[in-house]
Design a protein around this ligand. Structure first.
Ligand SMILES: NC(=O)c1ccc[n+]([C@@H]2O[C@H](COP(=O)([O-])OP(=O)(O)OC[C@H]3O[C@@H](n4cnc5c(N)ncnc54)[C@H](OP(=O)(O)O)[C@@H]3O)[C@@H](O)[C@H]2O)c1
Length: 370
């Protein structure tokens, strides 16, 4: 049931992640919606779902907000449809991973700046002017916890979020005494498609992500009350913000750099398990080769027998080397590997017996003959 008959929230980036979770909360509270993103189908699906569940109306505007004039075009479409926007949520944003000097592509960075900075700024300007005329309205801008820290390996993205936060805090001051509130949302790393799209899916920061539904819920509650900023989620997130204000920039940059680096190699245990499998397969191959040689040996001419004996000798020496390596991995390895290695030892012992038998029959002139 629509409890906010005349209220409309316009949300950019509502097709996924935090924006979508926010859209659900506004719909649940009875706001009509204007949803803006590039994925028309997803927005239409959401619109249909909101109508069914909450009886609210959704207007979908398909727009690539990184394009020139995108914000003006969205504003014009809203005006043409005679929609009054009471709440503006500037959520749409993207990141880009890599070293600025040598790895990232300028065209993507330009488009990122356009979307995260220029579009957000112009959307705010256009809709805020109308809000000021009515002396009523609310704007939620997606900043980030990285808006108060440097962000090596996503330098341009971090800078755009610092801009959004700074811009928002200035507007809050300019709007003092009015009935309009502007809020900066500062989530920590959140479990959306963001890191994947940014090319940062394999970074350490993605090992501990916040739930977008929780981020949106905390944001929504604080935003409705007119908070200046929201750091959603755990106490640790809030502490991180405060610590960032008193920590030297260089130290912060180092810390952020670590979290943006690729995930660690598999742990020793995983590596050793892999090593045990590799040894097992190699040893099985040696045994099979030994058996094949034995069969060939019994069914061959005298000359070939000499060759097979020579090969058997080589195999024995290879098996001995391998056995040494297995012993070494036992010394450096973990307890749970001992079983696997002792099985491997048995296999090696059998292989050695086979080869020793073949080699014992080798006449002393074999080396010269082959
Ligand atoms: N995830 C995090 O860790 C995190 C942390 C702090 C802040 N944030 C911020 O939160 C906001 C939402 O990100 P998310 O994490 O929810 O990521 P997400 O799931 O990837 O959502 C991004 C949204 O932005 C829209 N979008 C992207 N490029 C667009 C374009 N050129 N034109 C129009 N819409 C575009 C996407 O829609 P289409 O693809 O359909 O166009 C999508 O709806 C971003 O501003 C991000 O910087 C994210």
């Amino acid at each position: 049931m629509n409890t906010q008959e005349s209220k409309t929230a316009l949300i950019t980036g509502a097709s996924s992640g935090i924006g979508q979770e926010l859209a659900k909360l506004f719909a649940k509270d009875g706001y009509n919606l204007v949803l803006v993103a590039r994925s028309t189908d997803k927005l239409n699906e959401l619109g249909a779902q909101f109508w069914d569940e909450y009886g609210v109306e959704t207007t979908v505007i398909t727009k690539d907000l990184s394009e020139e004039n995108a914000a003006q075009d969205v504003y014009n479409q809203v005006k043409d449809k005679n929609i009054r926007v009471d709440i503006l949520v500037n959520d749409a944003g993207v990141g880009l991973y890599g070293k600025f000097a040598t790895e990232t592509d300028w065209e993507r960075e330009k488009s990122l700046i356009h979307l995260n900075v220029l579009t957000t700024t112009l959307m705010t300007k256009l809709f805020l002017k109308d809000m000021v005329e009515r002396n009523e309205g609310k704007i939620l801008n997606l900043a980030s916890l990285v808006s108060v820290t440097p962000m090596p390996l996503m330098a341009v993205y971090g800078a755009t979020k610092a801009y959004i936060n700074n811009f928002t805090q200035s507007l809050i001051n300019e709007l003092k005494g009015t009935n309009i509130s502007v809020t900066a949302l500062m989530p920590n790393a959140t479990d959306t498609d963001f890191f994947n799209k940014a090319g940062a899916a394999n970074t350490k920061v993605t090992e501990n992500l916040d739930d977008p539904a929780v981020v949106a819920k905390d944001a929504y509650n604080a935003f409705i009350k007119g908070a200046h900023k929201v750091v959603p989620g755990s106490f640790a997130n809030k502490a991180l913000e405060v610590v960032s204000y008193i920590t030297p920039q260089e130290t912060l940059a180092e810390r952020m750099r670590k979290s943006m680096e690729p995930k660690d190699e598999p742990k020793t245990e995983e590596k050793n398990n892999t090593a045990a499998w590799t040894w097992g397969i190699s040893l099985a191959a040696v045994v099979l080769a030994g058996a094949a040689l034995a069969v060939l040996y019994t069914n061959s001419s005298e000359y070939d027998k000499l060759r097979y004996r020579y090969k058997a000798r080589k195999l024995k020496s290879g098996a001995d080397d391998m056995f040494g390596d297995v012993k070494e991995s036992l010394l450096t390895g973990l307890d749970n590997l001992k079983g696997a290695v002792s099985t491997a030892k048995e296999v090696v012992a059998k292989a050695k017996e086979t080869f020793a038998d073949a080699v014992a029959k080798t006449p002393s002139e074999v080396e010269e003959a082959v």
